[in-house]
Design a protein around this ligand. Sequence first.
Ligand code: KG4
Ligand code: ZN
Length: 341
Amino acid sequence: MKILGIDTSCDDTSAAIVSDGRNVLSSVVNSQIRIHHPYGGVVPELASREHIRNIAPVVNEALTKAGIGMKDLDGLAVTIGPGLIGSLLVGLYYVKGLSMVRKIPLATVNHLEGHILSVLLEENPPDFPFVALTVSGGHTSLYHVRGIGRYTQMGQTLDDAAGEAFDKVAKILGLGYPGGAVIEALALSGRRDAIDFPRARISPDSLDFSFSGLKTAVSLFVDRWNSSEKLKNEVTGADIAASFQEAVIDILSKKIIMAVNSAGVGSMVVAGGVACNTALRQRLSEEADARGIKFYYPRPAYCTDNGAMIALAGYYRIMRGEQSGQDEDVRSRYPVEEIDK
Ligand code: KG4
Ligand code: ZN
């Protein structure tokens, strides 16, 4: 069963062909980083214009790479939220048209469900139940995942997402957008214990996250650092990047272990763009090993936004006999608990 999965929730136009919810025949991502880079963040108006320009070529490339044509598709899956309304609309209306003209079943997918399930695209995926930490530019949440479609949110960020914190700190340090990979690279040559940035602003028992205090602390430190030659001789930009990254890793690793203990499960998963971070993966792996917890993560190409995870989630919906109609709409907010409502 071959599904075309499409994601246009933010600034990437993605399409993939996945067979039987497992085998990725092709996955194409057209990144808009070049367009948004001068603005230091995603400009929604520009993002939807780019999606309109790119969607048909990206889908055609995915079909060509998979060696199939439209007529070979058994299903269509598209993200309807959460995300930028103008961007989501492009994907949904493209797929609605295709579904109507070609009479192909259509499944609408929650972007967060895509991230939660993305690890199932890998060899030796985890068994249910598990705890999933999704960390991206828009979201930082913990889920108790009991099975396909059975998700309970255990915690979420009360302010910035982890990826957003990386992006903002990169901006403060003048490193450009997006910031995650640049901070990670710079941190390699820095001392992670150079500055003791604050970890927690909320109760230690809470599974929620807060990154705005950390971001403000970095900003205040960089202001002082910029105006003090003495401080500049003692601390490098790499030290700031490494110390900031260490604080984020401390927060994320502490909360995922707390969630695993609270849910009473034996496996944990990290997904989303920030899960590309090697230092984070290493720390989570060590923490899991020390406690006999099994730890899983998707390859970087399935951590960042992609159509394959949407095709996978859509496959299970279509297999369950669920189909979406022409009356479907997009949603900027779409908690996973509302998926089957
Ligand atoms: O999942 P994603 O591609 O898009 C969203 O749904 O947001 O995540 C993008 C986010 C950006 O904030 C980016 O800075 C962050 O993931 N990111 C990283 C790394 N690579 C990407 N953060 C930390 N370390 C990385 N290596
Ligand atoms: Zn995402």
